[in-house]
Design a protein around this ligand. Structure first.
Ligand code: ZN
Length: 208
């Protein structure tokens, strides 16, 4: 809130004027009825000042005013928080769209989940919603036995390797970073992607 102030002198001290113009006229309230800055005294209109509050003097609409720095800070914090949420939601939306476009390309004939190969420190599957790091490598983890002529996998192996492996955790339903839009992460492991080629819709692979 801007508190309107009356400048109690005809003459404006140039040092005071420069400080206000530079946005550097910052002081502390020592009296409930007036403030003094660089030898200039201002009185609040219709207001009692709050002792000890830090204030900043401004001038707009032919009117001097002060704002409490605590209010300005609170306002900035709110603005920043709102911006962060909007950014996260936009990121999550973009991730979701990317995911939908990615998975629409494939018809995958096996039961699988999307996995990372290890849980890095600080990464938790059921974490607080900050989601997976964008550079995490994701794989297809087979949940059932599978074989065609050239590719044999048993359950609990990664598509990119026939070795039985424990996995880091199921990322299939990972929440996007914005907390609002769930999506299946796209596969980023190059070897998994190579093996998935044959399951691209439009390829000649025949389901078993
Ligand atoms: Zn892989």
């Amino acid at each position: 809130m801007k508190i309107r102030m009356l400048l109690c002198a005809e003459h404006i001290n140039p040092v005071f004027f420069r400080a206000v113009s530079d946005g550097k006229a910052i002081g502390t309230v020592f009296s409930p009825t007036e403030i003094a800055f660089q030898g200039q005294v201002l009185k609040p209109i219709d207001h009692k000042l709050i002792l000890g509050e830090r204030f900043k003097i401004g001038y707009s609409g032919n009117q001097w005013h002060i704002e409490y720095l605590s209010d300005i800070d609170r306002h900035r914090r709110h603005e920043q928080a709102a911006k962060n949420v909007a950014e996260q939601e936009a990121n999550a939306k973009a991730d979701q769209e990317k995911s939908l476009a990615f998975w629409a390309q494939y018809d995958i004939p096996i039961a699988f989940v999307v996995e990372i190969k290890e849980v890095l420190s600080g990464l938790q599957v059921n974490g607080n919603g900050c989601g997976m790091k964008r550079n995490t490598v994701t794989h297809i983890y087979c949940l059932s036995d599978f074989s065609d002529k050239r590719l044999v996998r048993s359950a609990n192996t990664f598509l990119c390797s026939p070795v039985k492996a424990r996995y880091g955790g199921d990322w299939t339903g990972t929440l996007g970073e914005g907390l609002t839009v769930p999506y299946v992460p796209i596969i980023s492991c190059k070897e998994c992607l190579k093996k998935m080629e044959k399951w691209k819709i439009g390829k000649s692979y025949i389901k078993q």
